[in-house]
Write a protein that binds this ligand. Structure first.
Ligand SMILES: Nc1ncnc2c1ncn2[C@@H]1O[C@H](COP(=O)(O)OP(=O)(O)OP(=O)(O)O)[C@@H](O)[C@H]1O
Ligand SMILES: [Mg+2]
Length: 341
């Protein structure tokens, strides 16, 4: 084993003696190395940190192990491991430190080794990617399953309320229950869309609004109200889905229910789009206007709208368009959070 004996008591730890194996490895002669700093066996520019750590251990007379890039007399490099062993005299005082070098390979790997290595790494990356994709697929399908069950439960709740409504003779009580069933149905529809969403779990507000408005308008006689949709396709994060779904339900529901009494013809316009720092939703009709009739007793929709807008940290304005009503909501939206496709 190539060995260098150095004197730890001198600042530069000069070489005192090297064995034949070290001369064979490096191509030096005994005279060329004796008295010189052992650093001449280190390839310059290949990292000094280890060198410093070796020197610290060397002067302290402590054992130490590391790897470094060695340098032969002809300038060629070799990779080696280095082990430091302190040598003590009979009185137990540190006398020498032996540096044992073991060559562990050429400085550069062969192309073939490199190719093998990179193929191995590629395989590992592929395997990890497959595992991660499988985990993501499992998570996505679980989420879909959960949303699907929520949707079914809500749909069942709506059906139960409707069944009860049909058995009531009091028309007012029946109406109240029917409207409750409609609200629950709107939530169920939101969860149906979430259960079909991609792995981002985003709620497709355009699809939801188009579907809901279409359904609500069909409760009016055909041709009475034209529907005008101007909606940018966008996916909102699942946690906002239920609030937005209910909000759209109340706004569109009000226009359909109150703006066009007695067969009044008109137009319902829904706009959803991006503003400078968020999202803008407008539901406008050219109907009779908000103050046409006093609010029905126990009416709750507008309060619910206000609460939902607060929850979404937005701002709500009602405008009398003469004719008709326009409700406008602007809410701040993180561009990362809400994706406009
Ligand atoms: N687009 C609209 N056009 C005309 N009047 C409206 C419009 N939206 C709301 N209103 C009036 O405002 C009132 C209050 O609306 P709100 O949604 O709070 O209650 P509601 O729709 O009567 O009952 P609920 O929403 O609780 O089922 C309505 O009763 C109606 O008179
Ligand atoms: Mg209402």
């Amino acid at each position: 084993m190539p060995i260098v004996m150095v004197d730890p008591h001198q600042v530069h730890a000069p070489v005192a003696f090297v064995n034949q194996a070290l001369l064979d490895l490096t191509g030096y002669s005994q005279e060329e190395v004796s008295g010189r700093n052992w650093h001449l066996l280190h390839m310059p520019g290949s990292g000094r940190d280890d060198l410093n750590a070796v020197d610290v251990a060397l002067h302290a007379g402590e054992p130490f192990e590391t790897e470094f890039l060695g340098r032969r007399k002809n300038g060629s490099a070799f990779r080696c491991s280095l082990a430091l062993s302190p040598v003590h005299d009979e009185a137990g005082h540190l006398r020498w430190v032996a540096l044992a070098l073991t060559e562990i390979g050429p400085a550069h790997r062969s192309d073939r080794e490199d190719t093998d290595q990179s193929r191995h790494l590629e395989e590992q990356v592929e395997r990890r990617t497959r595992d991660l994709q499988a985990a993501l697929d499992r998570k996505t399908s679980l989420l879909h399953e959960v949303e699907h069950r929520i949707k079914n439960t809500l749909q069942m709740t709506a059906s139960l309320v409707l069944l009860k409504a049909r058995r009531l003779r009091d028309p007012e009580a029946r109406r109240v229950l029917q409207e409750t069933a409609e609200r629950v149905s709107a939530l169920s529809a939101a969860h149906r869309l979430l259960s079909a969403a991609g792995d981002g779990g985003r709620f497709n507000l355009k699809e939801f609004t188009a579907e809901l408005a279409g359904e609500l308008v069909t409760t009016l006689p055909k041709g009475q109200v034209d529907l005008d949709l101007d909606i940018q396709p966008l996916g909102v994060p699942a946690p906002k889905a239920t609030a937005l779904a209910l909000l759209m339900n109340e706004l569109i529901g009000n226009a359909v229910k109150h703006a066009f009494p007695n067969g009044r013809r008109g137009r319902l316009t829904i706009e959803i789009g991006r503003t400078e720092n968020g999202l803008k939703i407008a539901v406008a009709d050219n109907g009779v206007g908000l103050d046409h009739a006093p609010p029905a007793e126990g009416s709750f929709g507008k309060t619910l709208i206000t609460m939902l807008v607060q929850q979404l940290k937005g701002q709500l304005t009602w405008r009398d368009q003469k004719p008709g009503t326009r409700a406008e909501i602007v809410m701040p939206v993180d561009a990362q959070e809400m994706k406009f496709e």
